[in-house]
Design a protein around this ligand. Structure first.
Ligand SMILES: C[S@@+](CC[C@H](N)C(=O)[O-])C[C@H]1O[C@@H](n2cnc3c(N)ncnc32)[C@H](O)[C@@H]1O
Length: 230
């Protein structure tokens, strides 16, 4: 018997196909715009928006993060990969005038924004430091090396953190908040770093994991390390 083709079904399939194709194109264009925003010099404000969208306080929980880390008046903290200073200025408020926050960046646009904000907010306890992928001229006696969403961008995190090790106080800690590749921001596993990988890299760099706050942040790892052999 001859098989009848339902013309409506063909139209249906074509409509669905065109919708899917358009969605894919929109998704791809947004992703390209995201990458262009990150790569183009002079796009500092675009990058700032991308790093800190309007709802960031809700998912980043900065107050709880700093409480857990026990950041106190007088602490000396390096914010490595400070970006536009989302955590830098919150840290600076906590450490107060006797403390110091060293905001390290490799991106010229971010360095400019950090400097502008420091002046605008009259934060004399923030020092903006231009670094590179190999290191930064940081002082010693640091209580905390803090780094949020930077680990996956570092060319060689093992060498970088090994170099910073002697600058930490004996009881100092390193806090790493990093994009979980399994979350939505992980873009299907291509963005971020697995927690086991961070722990392994940090071990080779001379640190031991002391806390894994896996239930605080939904889409990010929050790991704390101290120097190995204390
Ligand atoms: C996704 S942004 C995060 C910024 C900020 N920590 C935040 O949470 O909003 C990552 C930043 O790390 C910086 N970065 C990447 N590698 C770096 C390195 N080796 N040293 C210092 N900054 C670095 C980039 O320029 C970028 O501004």
């Amino acid at each position: 018997m001859e098989k009848r083709v339902n013309p409506l079904k063909i139209v249906d399939d074509r409509v669905v196909y065109s919708i899917l194709l358009s969605m894919r194109l929109i998704y791809k264009s947004l992703f390209v715009a995201f990458l262009v925003g990150l790569a183009v010099p002079g796009c500092g404000r675009v990058k700032e928006r991308l790093y800190s969208p309007g709802d960031r306080e809700a998912w980043q929980k900065p107050g709880q993060v700093l409480d857990i880390l026990g950041v106190q008046i007088g602490n000396r903290i390096a914010d490595v990969g400070a970006g536009a200073g989302y955590f830098t200025f919150k840290l600076a408020e906590r450490v107060g005038d006797p403390g110091r926050v060293y905001a390290v960046e490799v991106d010229r646009d971010m360095l400019e924004i950090l400097q502008e904000k420091k002046e605008l907010l009259k934060r004399g306890n923030v020092e903006v430091i231009a670094g590179d992928q190999v290191g930064a001229a940081l002082p010693s006696d640091l209580d905390l090396i803090f780094s949020c969403n930077v680990f996956h961008e570092m060319e060689n995190p093992e060498a970088y953190f090994r170099k910073l090790q002697p600058l930490l106080k004996r009881t100092g800690r390193v806090a790493i908040i990093e994009v979980d590749p399994k979350g939505a921001a992980g873009l299907g596993g291509i963005h971020g770093t697995k927690s086991e990988e961070i722990v392994e890299i940090m071990k080779r760099a001379g640190y031991t994991l002391t806390a894994n706050h896996h239930d605080l942040l939904e889409e990010q790892h929050f790991l704390v390390f101290e120097k190995t052999g204390l």
